[in-house]
Design a protein around this ligand. Structure first.
Ligand SMILES: Nc1ncnc2c1ncn2[C@@H]1O[C@H](COP(=O)(O)OP(=O)(O)OP(=O)(O)O)[C@@H](O)[C@H]1O
Ligand SMILES: [Mg+2]
Length: 462
C-alpha cells in the first residue's frame, strides 16, 4: 500500500471526524482536550474554543458539563456510557472509550449523540401504545357487555327452536338469512350467532343498508384509494367489509340495498375478495355474513327489485323469527327483562302490578319487542309510583284489552247468541247515529235490505 504522508493522514482524520453527525471529543489522560469537532457545538451547546482552552474538571466545575464521562472512564478504567442533559437542553447519550498504549489509558474518545428527537419519538410511541392498550381494554369491555346483552329471552317453543338452530349454525361459517317483522329481534339474534361462533373475538360489523345513500354505498363497503374521487380523504379509507376481516358482517335491512350495488356485493361475497374504489389491488377478505330484512325478498325477486342470484347466496340458512303475537308465552319474561333494563338504566327499582301485566299480555304488539321495550320504558319513567298500575298502561293497549273483555262479558248466552246481540247493537247504534236505515247501511258498508231483514228478525224476537 502506498505510504501516506502525515499531513494527508491528518487531513483524512480531520475530514472524517468533522463529517460525523455525532459529536466527537478527544481528550488526553489528564482531561485536556486534544480535538473537538464542530458537531459538539450543535449537540452539547458548548463553544469549541472554551472547551479547548480548559481542563475537563474546570468545565464541570463551571457548569459547562453537568458531569464528565471522561472522568468516569479514568476512574473505572473501562468504556462508560451515560445520558445527560446538555446546557442547551438537549438530551444526549455520551460514550467515552479509552484507548490504551502499553496497557495504560492514553487518550479517551467521547462520542455524543443527540437523543432528544429519539426520546421524543419514544415518548410518543409510549403514549400511542398506552392509547392502543386503552382502546383494546375498552373494546374488550364492550364485547363483554355484548355478551351480557345477549341474554335473549326464549320461553316459547318457537323461540327455543330458533335459539338451538342458531347455536348449530354459529359453529359453521354458513351465511345466515334472518327475516321477520320489524322489532322481532333480528339484530339481537345476529349478534348472538356471532358471539357463539369461533369469530367471537373478531369484529362484528353492522352495515345498515337503509342508512347509506346509494352514491356512497360502494366506497363505504369496499373503501377507496387516495384520490379516488373529489372529496376523498387523503390516505384513502378502509371499507366496512375489510374492516370486518376475521369477523362477521351483519347486512341489516338488506332489502333496501340498491340494485346497482347488489351485483357488486354478489361478486365480493362469491369470491371473498374486494377491490377498493379507484384501486387495482385485489384484497382477500375472511368474513362470515349474516343478512336480515323485514321485507319479503322472494316477492322482491319476483318484482325484479332484488337480484335472484344474491337472494340464493344469502338464503343458505334462513331463520324466520315469528312476531310476538304468535308466541305470547314470551311476553311476560320479556316484560320482566325490559323492566330490569330500565331499572338498571335509570337506577330505579320499580315493579309492575299484576293487572298491568295482564293488559300487556293481552295486547297484540304489532311493533313486537321494540314496541314492548318502548312502552315499558315510557310507563316506568312517566309514573311516580313505585309500582306500575293499570292506569299507567297506555290507552292504546288498555282499549284493546277493554274491547275484548267488553265483548266477552257484555253479552250473555251461547257463542251464537253473543254474536247476534253484538250484531243487533252495531245496527241499532248506526241507525241512531246516522238518523236513517239507508245512511246506517252506507256507514256499515252493507246492503240496505240486509239491515232491514236483520232489524225485522231482531224485533220479532223481542
Ligand atoms: N328475544 C329477545 N330477548 C330480549 N330482548 C330482545 C329479544 N328480541 C328483541 N329484543 C330487544 O328488542 C329490541 C328490538 O330488537 P332488534 O333490534 O333486534 O329487532 P329487529 O328485528 O332487528 O328490528 P328491525 O327490523 O326494526 O330492525 C332490541 O332492543 C332488543 O334488545
Ligand atoms: Mg334490526
Amino acid at each position: 500500500m502506498q505510504e501516506i504522508s502525515n499531513r494527508i493522514r491528518s487531513e483524512i482524520f480531520k475530514a472524517a471526524v468533522e463529517s460525523s453527525y455525532d459529536g466527537i471529543h478527544i481528550l488526553d489522560k489528564k482531561g485536556k482536550t486534544l480535538y473537538i469537532n464542530k458537531a459538539c457545538e450543535r449537540i452539547e451547546g458548548v463553544s469549541c474554543e472554551e472547551v479547548r482552552r480548559k481542563d475537563i474538571r474546570e468545565l464541570v466545575e463551571s457548569g459547562v458539563y453537568s458531569e464528565s464521562v471522561t472522568l468516569k472512564v479514568l476512574e473505572e478504567d473501562a468504556p462508560v456510557t451515560i445520558s445527560q442533559k446538555a446546557k442547551n437542553g438537549n438530551e444526549i447519550l455520551v460514550t467515552g472509550t479509552p484507548i490504551y498504549v502499553d496497557g495504560e489509558i492514553d487518550i479517551i474518545v467521547v462520542n455524543s449523540r443527540d437523543i432528544t428527537e429519539l426520546n421524543h419519538l419514544k415518548r410518543e410511541l409510549f403514549e400511542k401504545e398506552e392509547l392502543a392498550s386503552r382502546y383494546h381494554r375498552e373494546l374488550e369491555l364492550l364485547r363483554s357487555e355484548r355478551i351480557k346483552l345477549n341474554g335473549i329471552i326464549s320461553k316459547s317453543t318457537a323461540m327455543e327452536k330458533i335459539i338451538s338452530l342458531s347455536l348449530i349454525v354459529a359453529k359453521v361459517d354458513s351465511t345466515v338469512f334472518l327475516h321477520g317483522e320489524s322489532g322481532v329481534g333480528k339484530g339481537v339474534l345476529s349478534n348472538f350467532i356471532h358471539m357463539n361462533s369461533i369469530r367471537r373475538n373478531g369484529p362484528f360489523i353492522k352495515i345498515d343498508c337503509s342508512a347509506i345513500p346509494e352514491s356512497l354505498f360502494e366506497s363505504e363497503l369496499f373503501g377507496y384509494e387516495t384520490g379516488a374521487f373529489t372529496g376523498a380523504e387523503r390516505g384513502g379509507k378502509t371499507g366496512l367489509l375489510e374492516l370486518a376481516n376475521g369477523g362477521t358482517v351483519f347486512l341489516d335491512e338488506i332489502g333496501e340495498m340498491p340494485l346497482s350495488m347488489q351485483a357488486k356485493l354478489m361478486r365480493s361475497i362469491q369470491d371473498r375478495e374486494i377491490v377498493k374504489v379507484g384501486g387495482k389491488q385485489i384484497v382477500p377478505i375472511n368474513i362470515r355474513i349474516i343478512a336480515a330484512t323485514n321485507r319479503d325478498l322472494e316477492e322482491m325477486v319476483e318484482n325484479k327489485t332484488f337480484r335472484k342470484d344474491l337472494f340464493y347466496r344469502l338464503n343458505v340458512v334462513p331463520i324466520l323469527i315469528p312476531p310476538l303475537r304468535e308466541r305470547p308465552e314470551d311476553i311476560y319474561p320479556l316484560l320482566l327483562e325490559m323492566i330490569r333494563r330500565v331499572n338498571d338504566k335509570y337506577n330505579m327499582n320499580k315493579k309492575i302490578s299484576n293487572e298491568a301485566i295482564e293488559c300487556m299480555i293481552k295486547y297484540e304488539w304489532p311493533g313486537n319487542i321494540r314496541e314492548l321495550e318502548n312502552v315499558t320504558e315510557r310507563m316506568m319513567v312517566t309514573s311516580d309510583a313505585p309500582v306500575i298500575g293499570k292506569l299507567d298502561v297506555p290507552r292504546t293497549i288498555m282499549s284493546n284489552y277493554n274491547d275484548s273483555r267488553w265483548i266477552a262479558k257484555a253479552f250473555k248466552g251461547t257463542y251464537s247468541q253473543k254474536l247476534r246481540e253484538f250484531d243487533k247493537l252495531l245496527i241499532t247504534e248506526a241507525i241512531e247515529k246516522e238518523g236513517s236505515v239507508v245512511k246506517a247501511a252506507n256507514e256499515l258498508g252493507v246492503n240496505v235490505t240486509t239491515i232491514r231483514r236483520k232489524l225485522g228478525k231482531y224485533q220479532e224476537n223481542e
